[in-house]
Write a protein that binds this ligand. Structure first.
Ligand code: B12
Ligand code: SF4
Length: 529
């Protein structure tokens, strides 16, 4: 039995914890997997391609990711003026390539001033070389007992998983291809549309992948009773087994194992380290109508104990030499008492770690708590403000009022923590007046806001809106373009609100971060990628 796991080009530029969670679970069950991080390898091949018309810069790399915590500068390396620009171009190139290869229409928006067609082709040829080497390596494995699992989070990740599975199946038809991840689609639909995928894992994957690895003997019958899987039976029918119950205590899980990821290839901060994730909880207490969080984690919220989280902090520092953490939790402040305890422990341990995470606007985020968070190493908080209009916030079921939002972001900034906000434009029913209130919110609070991430509203399948579009005055069309199983909705096709809000923010910000305006003593850049 050989297990291969793959992170397709999803474009996230910090190590993603899903595959490391599966790896550590497999290891705890005496099973072994090898991981191919195509995402970061392909990203670097794109970023460093000499055909790119890029600005010179510097990047730092770790010399050895196996326990050696020394990091060094790579001389004369070139990098985009910002990593984020490179990320966008990378996403477009990858999506275009997978769509072309699978025969789906897609037209990218890459400017020829940045990269020529020849340079794109040369980059892709390098990417295909590493993919083909990986495919050949798998083909050398046991003919009838190899399992190849893909982690799917984005549309391009799904396309690449299908594409690579197709190529693998051509060489080795008996390989078992498995997809898992926070599904944005019905896994049954993915299976029925893509004959090269044998099986999909719904929900948490730790126990399921171990069960598959334990029982698979080259024949689907050996695993067709496993909970939480969907598969195609011998008559071509898609079968979904019962859901797997959620893990009762997250403290029981072994820490995710990042050794199989090429950590030295991830972009690093100015201290020469990548940012490592910690997942302190699964689920959310929010109920926002556009979100699928509830469905993903079975309408529950589970948090690890603060002690267990602090031990992972220490583990990350010792094992990987990294002291900057990003909480991947949907929200780090669902349970205020536990958050406080976590901060107390980090202060007590004098852990010397910096961290950031997403947080909900709530009145419990007092000066005292924020001060303690800062003392415990919190550098930045992302708040899903979404809109400056109370009417729209109510429709979104955000559960807070705009006055509280103003107070919380002001207090956060004053405590020395960077404030990053998410905003949504074109939510169904948003009027010009509502939009202007969002603009006014940014204007009135710009002094406290360091970064704004603006998104155009979209409908996620299985979100509350997708079930009741008429209640929001919209109609959804479900199109399948390029294997995109999402719903389409364009209420305001000629809306320029997205561009307007972006340029308004840039104007307000005038190229400066709020903290430099405020002169806060923060030395670290908090990237959003
Ligand atoms: C942190 C986070 C990010 C970070 C990722 C940073 C990183 N590298 O770690 C950042 C900020 C980059 C990010 C970006 C985006 N994100 Co995000 N993100 C999350 C978040 C909050 C946590 C992810 C996480 O770490 N989960 C913990 C791990 C352990 O869980 P998991 O990935 O689900 O894996 C488990 C199972 O799914 C399964 N599994 C996973 N893979 C596999 C593979 C196999 C083979 C098997 C068997 C099982 C299996 O087993 C795992 C262990 O139980 C999730 C919401 C959530 N709570 O999950 C949203 C979420 C995944 N993101 C989402 C979205 C929409 C995005 C963006 C598209 C947003 C945007 N508009 O730009 C981008 C896309 C990223 C990109 N371009 O690559 C959506 C996806 C919805 C969907 N599927 O349609 C989610 C679910 C949020 C939401 N509620 O809407 N995100
Ligand atoms: S948008 Fe954020 S707060 Fe709302 S349900 Fe989703 S994860 Fe929770």
């Amino acid at each position: 039995m050989a297990i291969f796991l793959c992170i397709p080009p999803v474009s996230s530029l910090t190590p993603y914890p899903a595959i490391p969670y599966l790896t550590s679970s497999l290891k705890a069950n005496n099973q072994k997997a090898t991981t191919f991080d195509l995402n970061i390898k392909a990203f670097n091949l794109t970023l460093f391609h000499q055909g790119l018309k890029i600005k010179p810069g510097k990047i730092l790399r770790k010399s050895d990711n196996k326990g050696n915590a020394k990091w060094k500068k790579v001389p004369d390396a070139q990098i985009y003026s910002t990593i984020q620009n490179g990320q966008k171009i990378f996403e477009e190139i990858m999506l275009q390539e997978a769509s072309d290869q699978l025969g789906y229409p897609y037209s990218n928006s890459i400017s020829k001033d940045i990269i020529s067609e020849e340079a794109i082709q040369a980059t892709l040829s390098d990417v295909w070389k590493i993919c083909n080497d990986w495919i050949l390596e798998i083909a050398k494995g046991p003919k009838e007992q190899s399992i190849v699992g893909f982690h799917v989070i984005t549309h391009s990740g799904l396309l690449w998983s299908v594409l690579l599975s197709r190529k693998l199946k051509k060489i080795q038809p008996r390989i078992l291809t498995v997809l898992g991840g926070p599904a944005f689609a019905s896994w049954e639909e993915v299976l029925s549309a893509n004959p090269e995928i044998d099986l999909t894992v719904r929900g948490e994957g730790e126990a399921t992948i171990s069960d598959i690895a334990k029982s698979y003997n080259g024949n689907l019958e050996s695993i067709n009773r496993i909970q939480g899987i969907s598969y195609r039976n011998e008559n071509g029918k898609i079968i979904s087994n019962v859901d797997r119950p959620l893990i009762k205590s997250l403290d029981d899980l072994p820490f995710p194992d990042y050794y199989d990821l090429p950590l030295e290839e991830y972009p690093q901060n100015k201290f020469g380290m990548p940012i490592m994730p910690i997942v302190g909880s699964r689920g959310c207490i929010g109920d926002c109508v556009f979100c699928v969080e509830k469905r993903l984690w079975g309408n529950t919220y589970r948090m690890r104990s603060p002690e267990n989280i602090v031990s992972e902090f220490k583990n990350i520092k010792e094992k990987y030499g990294v002291s900057t953490i990003r909480f991947n939790d949907s929200l780090i402040n669902c349970n205020i008492k536990s958050l406080e305890k976590l901060c107390d422990l980090l202060i007590e341990e004098n852990a010397g770690m910096q961290w950031m995470g997403m947080a909900r606007i709530r009145s419990e985020m007092t000066d005292a708590l924020l001060g303690k968070m800062r003392q415990a190493g919190c550098m930045g908080l992302w708040f899903g403000i979404e809109s400056g209009s109370q009417r729209i916030l109510r429709k979104m079921k955000k559960g807070y009022n705009i006055e509280t939002a103003k107070n919380v972001i002001r207090d956060t900034a004053k405590s020395g923590i960077r404030v990053l906000t998410f905003m949504i434009v074109d939510f169904p029913g948003e009027t010009q007046r509502d939009f202007e209130q969002s603009l006014a919110f940014l204007e009135q609070n710009q002094e406290f806001i360091d970064q704004v991430s603006i998104s155009r509203f979209g409908v996620l399948p299985e979100s509350e809106i997708s079930h009741n579009p008429q209640e929001y005055g919209i109609e959804l069309s479900k199109e399948k373009t390029g294997n995109n199983y999402s719903y389409f909705y364009s209420p305001l096709p000629n809306s320029y609100r997205y561009e307007n809000l972006r340029s308004a923010w840039n104007r307000l910000n005038n190229g400066k971060t709020a903290s430099s305006k405020r002169n806060y003593p923060l030395k670290i850049i908090v990237p959003y990628y």
